[in-house]
Design a protein around this ligand. Structure first.
Ligand code: THU
Length: 142
């Protein structure tokens, strides 16, 4: 991915925060997932009065993508912070989201943790989840 591609992905993650439904935490997260065929899919965190029923932005994006026929992914951008404020910190994906990503993405999968279009961390899935749980050893993933 070149710098422009990364910027675009970061911008989509930032934009997706606007669609978050987070009345309980007031913490809005946006995710932008780039699929193998170049489709860009976004997700936002969606909370619920029954707290555990809510879903993180990253998994919202991955599950939407898979449910629409995508199985190969190139990169993910994530941005999160207090509602209506720019991020104060790098919002790291939670363990459950990383485990879900590991189902479809290899260890070299690119993850961008975005504060702004020009301020982000670039990590690999293996940096964040070096020992994912797996049953199928030879997954056919990108
Ligand atoms: N959240 C995400 O959307 N992604 C993460 O990786 C961690 C946390 C959401 C869940 C909840 O709606 C809010 O952030 C506060 O935890």
């Amino acid at each position: 991915m070149n710098q422009d591609d990364i910027r675009d992905l970061a911008a989509k993650a930032i934009e997706a925060r606007e669609y978050a439904y987070a009345p309980y935490s007031n913490f809005t997260v946006g995710a932008a997932l780039l699929t193998a065929d170049g489709t860009l899919i976004t997700g936002s965190n969606v909370e619920n009065a029954a707290y555990p029923a809510g879903l993180c932005a990253e998994r919202t994006a991955v599950f939407y993508a898979v449910a629409h026929g995508h199985r190969g992914f190139r990169a993910l951008a994530v941005s999160g912070g207090q509602k209506d404020c720019p991020p104060e910190d790098y919002c790291m994906p939670c363990g459950m989201c990383l485990q879900v990503l590991s189902e479809f993405c290899g260890e070299e999968f690119d993850i961008f943790i975005v504060k702004s279009e020009t301020d982000f961390l670039h990590l690999k899935l293996k940096d964040l989840l070096p020992h994912a749980f797996t049953i199928i050893k030879e997954k056919n993933i990108l």
